[in-house]
Design a protein. Structure first.
Length: 213
């Protein structure tokens, strides 16, 4: 049986599928369309607001060879390698378990090499506030003069813990908690697609418990 958990099945594949965060989606889409992407982004916001999902979609879209209206085409060689999980240009690191200066030094060495395929190497560092002081200092060195083919996306639930030096090098995006209508609207759509009959009051109850995430 080929069962895929619903959260994986309905995880958005493109920026157009993201629920909420319209201001962020619009800006990032424009940047891809105009080929004016930055080298460092800071995504802040509480858990479950889409920081990592949008980071992954963006990392994919900037590497797409023939983006359509700011979204990945899903048919070029790069898109196919992302779909099959082979995308070596998108590197995700969890700073909660890799917070040392050596972890960042490894990245600093890697970024010198141009990507084997695609335009950009994209480093997504989750829970970036967990980095040690030494690691932040090492990261700052690369953020000061990032190679043209590198993009950093730093994500955090706790922006107060990010050094001001890092802040000053990043474009900051604040992810807001989703509203109840946004959550229940998305849930209703998924239930329809799954042919599940569910009462509105039940959906609204779940949406309330989701608490913006
Ligand atoms: Zn593509």
């Amino acid at each position: 049986m080929n069962y895929k958990a619903l959260y994986r099945k309905y995880r958005p594949q493109g920026l157009e599928g993201v629920v909420g965060q319209e201001h962020i989606v619009k800006t990032l889409t424009n940047q891809i369309q105009n080929q004016r992407v930055a080298h460092a982004y800071l995504f802040t916001g509480s858990r479950g607001t889409g920081k990592t999902s949008i980071a992954k979609i963006f990392a994919h879209a900037v590497n797409c060879e023939t983006p359509i209206n700011g979204s990945a085409c899903k048919t070029c060689a790069t898109c196919k390698s992302v779909a099959s999980g082979e995308a070596i240009n998108i590197i995700k690191m969890d700073a909660a378990s890799n917070n040392g200066v050596d972890n960042i030094r490894n990245i600093n060495e890697e970024v010198m090499y141009t990507p084997a395929v695609g335009k950009y190497k994209v480093y997504i560092i989750d829970e970036v506030h967990m980095l040690s002081t030494g690691a932040f200092n090492a990261l700052f060195k690369t953020l000061e003069e990032p190679p043209a083919h590198v993009i950093f996306i730093l994500a955090t639930t706790d922006p107060q813990k990010i050094p001001v030096t890092i802040f000053s090098r990043c474009q900051r995006y604040d992810f807001r908690r989703l509203t109840m209508p946004e959550i229940s609207g998305a849930l209703k759509k998924y239930m329809e697609l799954e042919c599940v009959d569910i009462e509105d009051t039940t959906v609204d109850y779940i949406a309330r418990l989701a608490d913006g995430a």
